[in-house]
Design a protein around this ligand. Structure first.
Ligand code: FAD
Ligand code: A2P
Length: 275
């Protein structure tokens, strides 16, 4: 046995021996850059739909390699679902993308985040504005009965470069109609407005442009946004978040927080796009 293999054996603590280990129950690949997976839920874990936790795997040095992930499943679900990017050289996702049912991941059960219903003042319409994996917190909130108890209408705008990147959200929205638990509550309250920006599709354009031009209001046959009626939650790249904030402010909406509920809240879908 050489030195290297001895070192590996000593450092390779199996994840299942860690206190925060959870078992992967299913994995679905959507594109070569996107996948979703479900894991067992720690019995003690309570969270508010829209929050995120730290999850990960053991790194090569034997230490936990953790990243922030929005919980994509609703708070009533007995398992936890996540929707993930695959970054080719990403320290975590270059490995995480290979998980299989039966594998273990690390999950720190300390949920936090601003994309929660309590961080908004009461209103009539709730807008979910997401690019890319930013749809994850809304995959949770779209399945939460409280969303439909609090709002007359919920509008999910999701924009990606290509059609295949919309598929996770499209199938989820489609499945809600027949969901035995919340199908009736969702009814026709939920409007889904997916667009692509680089591949030709039925509906195109950036969320910022479709809001600022009024196209989305025309297409859905609804009045323009107002601070009186509309509330919004935003989750995308930093560039998207900055630009969409300016559009929301132009309609008179103000940014709130858990401690100071107002008309809209924002969370980063990831860090590191240079802004
Ligand atoms: P990292 O070193 O973390 O990232 C490398 C680079 O990849 C980044 O600099 C960035 O340019 C790019 N990148 C990272 N994540 C994304 C992404 N999601 N979409 C597009 N480009 C990205 N990621 C998810 O896939 N799903 C989630 O639900 C999710 N929720 C998050 C919630 C919060 C509050 C934050 C701050 C981040 C979240 N992320 C999410 C990003 C996640 O924490 C990791 O960055 C991601 O899993 C990649 O990890 P990595 O170690 O492979 O690469
Ligand atoms: P576009 O193709 O016009 O750049 P990305 O894959 O780069 O994270 O982008 C995901 C989606 O978000 C794309 O459809 C992209 O449109 C859109 N997007 C990126 N930056 C912004 C922004 N600043 N404002 C609005 N939409 C944006």
């Amino acid at each position: 046995m050489n030195d290297a293999s001895t070192v590996n054996e000593v450092q390779a603590t199996p994840v299942r021996m860690l206190p925060d280990a959870q078992e992967v129950t299913s994995v679905q690949h959507w594109t070569d850059r996107l996948f979703s997976f479900r894991v067992t839920r720690p019995q003690s874990l309570r969270f508010r739909s829209g929050e995120f936790v730290m999850i990960g795997l053991l790194g090569d040095n034997g230490k936990p390699l953790l990243r922030a992930y929005s919980i994509a499943s609703p708070s009533w679900d007995e398992e936890l679902e996540f929707y993930s990017i695959k970054v080719p050289d990403g320290p975590l996702t270059s490995k995480l993308q290979h998980i299989q049912p039966g594998d273990q991941i690390i999950l720190r059960p300390k949920p936090v985040g601003t994309l929660v219903l309590d961080a908004l003042l009461p209103g009539k319409r709730l807008w979910f504005l997401a690019t890319g994996t930013g749809i994850a917190p809304f995959a949770s909130l779209m399945r939460d009965p409280e969303t439909y108890e609090k709002y007359d209408q919920v509008i999910m705008m999701h924009t990606c470069r290509e059609k295949a990147e919309l598929e996770y959200g499209r199938q989820l929205v489609e499945s809600l109609k027949d969901d035995p638990l919340i199908g009736e509550m969702v009814g026709d309250k939920l409007k889904y407005y997916p667009t692509t920006t680089r591949e030709e599709s039925e509906r195109m354009g950036r969320i910022t442009d479709n809001l600022a031009s009024g196209k989305v209001f025309e297409d859905l046959g609804i009045p323009s946004m107002s601070a009186e009626n509309d509330r919004a939650m935003v989750c995308g790249s930093m560039a998207f978040n900055i630009d969409v904030k300016a559009v929301l402010e132009s309609f008179g909406l103000r940014e709130g927080a858990n401690s100071d509920p107002l008309e809209y809240v924002v969370e980063k879908a990831f860090v590191g796009d240079g802004i």
